[in-house]
Design a protein around this ligand. Structure first.
Ligand code: FAD
Length: 302
């Protein structure tokens, strides 16, 4: 059996695998797609110590770094079940069963899509999901934020300091964000909030040029010209397969303590699949290191 088996090959998993392997213990990593969300990212400007890199380049160097160590890499494999007996078993989609003394879950998350025409066509051509990452690309331009929950309103406040104008589009008749955030939003001069509005389409030619929404009261359609749309209707953690095992939040995020430990002894978790409040590459890597050190501590005590 493995000492540490990492499930997920994004920044959190790569970091966990390297930290575990450096302890000289038997380490494996399973990834459906090595690199994770980083593979879908173009420019990265906030990976501290590196002024600029691109997703596929960072993913390749993560893999290269993991390969420096004695880590069993099982790429293109999907975990479908976790079972806790004496050891922890990870059952793969292909039927194989891997056993380990500890497991680190780092299966990441995905942005919830709005699913209207134009969204997938204009991804990275004006449709964006991460204001911390892509906000500066829209400096001086007009953008919309879809979603009036905490993440949408935080995004709108953040963007208002960078872009020319922000239009917030909320489906419900009221914003759902905390009132401190709403108050802050209302104090900004370059933000318009449209409530009770259903997004119908993101329009464009080679890149985004506007958004069409329907006023749910009057059923009338309106079009706003702008250059960017941030979809902020939530993040979905890739944790469905853990149903009935580790404790998760209502949103499906794995609950971890300061050591990265979950509710199941010997099972640790890191990165975007956890209840970490912020989701970024550097944060995932830090929590991957924490989880590996947590798992190592567990091994020497058990
Ligand atoms: P992920 O990167 O999601 O990796 C999850 C891994 O688990 C993948 O290898 C996946 O294949 C695997 N996996 C999932 N389910 C299973 C399963 N059942 N079995 C086996 N493997 C599985 N952050 C920044 O800091 N700066 C940026 O500029 C930036 N830009 C971004 C742009 C975009 C378009 C996106 C989508 C995200 C961006 N982020 C950025 C966020 C950043 O990519 C994430 O915070 C980070 O990748 C999270 O790392 P992770 O390892 O926790 O998860």
């Amino acid at each position: 059996p493995f000492d540490v088996l990492v499930v997920g090959g994004g920044p959190a998993g790569a970091s966990a695998a390297i930290y575990a392997a450096r302890k000289g213990i038997r380490t494996g990593i399973i990834a459906e797609r090595f690199g994770g969300q980083v593979m879908d990212t173009l420019g990265i400007e906030n990976f501290i110590g590196t002024k600029y890199t691109e997703g596929p380049k960072l993913a390749a160097s993560l893999e290269e770094h993991v390969k420096e160590y004695n880590v069993d890499i099982m790429n293109l494999q999907r975990a479908k079940r976790l079972e806790k007996k004496d050891l922890i078993a990870i059952v793969l989609e292909n039927g194989a069963i891997l056993r380990s003394k500890t497991v680190i879950l780092s299966t990441g998350a995905r942005w919830r899509n709005i699913g209207v025409p134009g969204e997938s066509e204009f991804k990275n051509k004006g449709v964006a999901y991460c204001p911390h990452c892509d906000g500066p690309l829209f400096a001086g331009k007009d953008v919309a934020v879809i979603g009036g929950g905490n993440s949408g309103i935080e995004a709108a406040i953040d963007l208002a300091g960078i872009v020319k104008h922000v239009t917030v589009i909320e489906f419900a008749p009221e914003l759902k964000a905390d009132s401190v955030l709403q108050n802050r939003l209302n104090s900004l001069p370059n933000v318009t909030v449209i409530k009770n509005a259903q997004t119908k389409e993101i329009t464009g030619t080679d890149k985004v040029n506007g958004i069409t929404y329907m006023d749910r009261d009057t059923q009338e359609e309106h079009h706003v010209e702008l250059q960017g749309v941030f979809v902020q209707i939530g993040l979905v953690p890739n944790t469905d397969w853990l149903e009935g095992t580790v404790e998760r939040t209502r949103m499906g995020e794995i609950i971890v303590d300061q050591h990265g430990a979950t509710s199941v002894p010997g099972v640790y978790a890191a990165g975007d699949c956890t209840n970490s409040p912020y989701k970024q590459i550097i944060i995932s890597m830090g929590s991957g290191a924490t989880a590996a050190l947590g798992a190592f501590d567990y091994l020497i005590r058990n």
